[in-house]
Ligand binder design. Structure first.
Ligand code: ATP
Length: 668
């Protein structure tokens, strides 16, 4: 469309220049002479070089010569003629002037103009030159974003190439946690460095590996580390670099990328955000699907496992959405391995903190493990952000080192948004908020699967007026009771308002939304409701367009009833807990109104120690026990259990369906 705009603007400009209001007529010499003797000319411009003369007409002269005198044509009006002889033109004009003088009319002025050819050339061809120049400029700019070097290079891939001399300075050391992913990736580097070790045994080198995981979990970082550590060339490109508005360019770039890779083999090709090109192809290509993207994908499929061999080229790719990728792309032979890069667990988060704290001056008493516990659900990128934010907060407060409070402030800021100190809150509102938050704190403390409380605050942050902060438990499997308990905890704010204030407010809308979502998934996804057990109406493949419901009207009614029943039960449960612990709730509320923030220990003092050990504590205790055992074994000079295992036999008939473990290869 920009081309069209440019052309329209240029045509308008050209029109403007051509139509400056001047008019001219070509005439023969005798008529020109007649006009001169009639006194119609004010001036005659002689162009000796091309043998023409232009007679510029007076106002009356223009009328006599029947020119259009309307205001649109207010410019010069002239008669143009070819002169019989340029030597004698002056004599001719002199003769006219003497005749005019005799008749009492004004004389005609004469000017001689040179190089009018050039002027004319520009006059006629200037706009065309401008248009062509503009087009060239545009095409250069467009193609400089796509490989550089003019429009003819638009089909060249713009992969960044890293090799021995020009590597990234990221190493596997910089990637914390992700131990399984690292092992797989390191193995790929090893394949390229030492292929014979594998091929001698008849193994084929894998063609590709796909890194899948939520945003910010370190997929690109892992690939960068490969570029830094592998001593083979590393070609990196983003999926969106293939996409261009010209048809066929994407496919051409894929061809070029693999051509470059084959020339440099053994090497690694990395395509970040591959979903930009690798999305599943539509069934009907004319129905709104992007044909150009499909061409690009088809080319990629052929390059990765087509007729031509690309030995020694390993393809790495990263995406957040493996479910959206085309099935053909994911099959063995193209991406043989899918490496899942998940959100980091407790120990991984601790390791990531340690990596990012390397360059930060932290207080020696900072408990990194505790920090990791406070940041459940954070990705590596979030943790990097927390570290940076904490350092900024400490610098703002002129501290010499970054301490625990700065990290807590950074986490609060990242999770809850900016503190709104300027928001004015009346005493009644404060009491309502404190009642609501104390309700959450009390109920969550008293139920089995309530997350461990960190602090409760009524300081407004972001859109929230107050918050109860928890360190959520990391569970691999969530029992029904845990979902119900979570709902009960969420509803406790609203329940407290009803029980203690006698009226409810809008503050609970976010809690209600979360709670309803959990109830819906409990019924529709996990098949945990009493009336619809073991049924899942969810389509995890994402293929369902949602035009039809996979259940009948009656079932829809039952689903609604079940959701309502579950929520009501939990609401009543929250109310009864609050009534039972009304005194404690009110104490927490009063403390909150007084101090604005209260911590885990304050709540423990009021409500007593929790009856249930948190899962995170259990894991930490288990890890510690294991570490101590290893230390003790080392001190005594004996190996760990793993060392004591007998060597597995050459052929182990380890059938997974068989429950009895084989005698010679005990499972760990
Ligand atoms: P996206 O899918 O959004 O592209 P990604 O998984 O590719 O995300 P990265 O770009 O690799 O994420 O990570 C972003 C930043 O997060 C990194 O530059 C790094 O600072 C930090 N980070 C993420 N994971 C780790 C990790 N395991 N160890 C150290 N730093 C990490």
């Amino acid at each position: 469309m920009y081309w069209m705009y440019a052309l329209i603007i240029l045509s308008l400009l050209a029109l403007y220049y051509f139509q400056d209001g001047s008019q001219s007529k070509e005439t023969d010499w005798s008529d020109f002479e007649k006009a001169a003797l009639a006194g119609d000319f004010d001036k005659i411009a002689v162009m000796a070089s091309n043998g023409t003369a232009e007679g510029i007409l007076t106002q009356q002269g223009a009328k006599n010569q029947k020119f259009d005198m309307s205001p649109t044509f207010s410019g010069e009006k002239k008669l143009i003629t070819t002169i019989p002889s340029s030597d004698k033109i002056q004599d001719k004009i002199d003769a006219w002037n003497s005749q005019l003088a005799a008749a009492g009319k004004p004389e005609i002025k004469v000017v001689y103009e040179k190089s009018s050819d050039l002027m004319k050339f520009f006059w006629y061809f200037g706009p065309l030159i401008l248009i062509v120049g503009f087009m060239l400029y545009m095409s250069r700019r467009m193609s400089s974003g796509a490989g550089g070097g003019g429009i003819f290079n638009v089909g060249k891939s713009k992969a960044m190439v890293f090799d021995k001399d020009n590597g990234t300075n990221v190493t596997f050391e910089d990637v914390a946690g992700l131990s399984e992913a690292k092992v797989e990736i390191e193995e790929i580097v090893e394949f390229l460095k030492n292929p014979q070790r594998y091929t001698d045994l008849g193994a084929k080198i894998p063609k590709g590996a796909l890194l899948v995981g939520p945003p910010g979990t370190g997929k690109t970082l892992l690939a960068k580390a490969v570029a830094g550590e592998a001593s083979v060339p590393f070609l990196s490109m983003s999926g969106s670099d293939f996409v261009e508005m010209f048809v066929g360019v994407g496919a051409a770039r894929v061809r070029d990328l693999f051509k470059q890779a084959k020339e440099k083999a053994p090497c690694i090709v990395f395509i970040d955000e591959i979903d930009a090109v690798g999305r599943a192809r539509g069934r009907n290509p004319n129905m709104g699907s992007n044909d150009e993207r499909e061409n690009t994908l088809n080319q990629m499929l052929t390059e990765m496992d087509g007729f031509q061999s690309n030995n020694g080229v390993i393809c790495l790719a990263a995406t957040n959405r493996a479910d959206m990728l085309d099935k053909a792309l994911l099959r063995p032979g193209r991406f043989d391995r899918q490496i899942y890069v998940d959100l980091p667990e407790l120990s991984d988060r601790e390791a990531i903190f340690k990596v990012h704290l390397r360059n930060i001056k932290v207080n020696s008493k900072l408990d990194v493990e505790q920090l990791a516990r406070q940041t459940q659900g954070f990705s590596g990128a979030d943790i990097a952000n927390v570290c940076n934010e904490a350092a900024l907060i400490a610098a703002r407060n002129n501290k010499k080192s970054v301490d625990w409070d700065d990290f807590m402030a950074a986490i609060d800021r990242i999770v809850g948004g900016l503190e709104k100190k300027s928001r004015i809150i009346t005493d009644d509102e404060k009491k309502a908020i404190a009642t609501h938050e104390a309700g959450h704190a009390t109920v969550t403390w008293m139920i089995q699967y309530g997350n461990p409380l960190v602090k409760v605050t009524i300081v407004p942050r972001g859109r929230a007026l107050g918050a109860a902060w928890y360190a959520p438990e990391e569970r691999q499997i969530i029992p029904t009771q845990a979902l119900l308990d979570t709902m009960c905890g969420l509803l406790a704010g609203r329940a407290a308002e009803e029980v203690f204030l006698g009226q409810i407010g809008t503050g609970a809308s976010d809690d209600l939304e979360k709670c309803t979502k959990i109830a819906r998934s409990l019924v529709l996804v996990y098949g945990m409701s009493d009336k619809l057990p073991n049924l899942n109406y969810n389509d995890s493949s994402g293929q369902d367009m949602g035009f039809t419901r996979p259940y009948s009207e009656e079932t829809a009614q039952i689903i609604d009833d079940e959701i309502k029943r579950i929520i009501n039960e939990q609401y009543e449960r929250a109310k009864s807990i609050l009534k039972e612990y009304a005194r404690q709730h009110n104490e927490i509320r009063d403390q909150l109104i007084e101090h604005e923030v209260i911590y885990h220990d304050d709540v423990e003092r009021i409500l007593g120690p929790r009856k249930w050990v948190s899962r995170t504590d259990e894991i930490i205790a288990l890890n510690k026990k294991q570490e101590e055992e290893e230390k003790r074994a080392k001190a005594l000079g004996i190996g760990t259990d793993a060392d004591k295992l007998p060597e597995p036999q050459a052929v182990a008939n380890d059938d997974d369906d068989d429950d009895t473990p084989p005698p010679f290869a005990p499972r760990k």
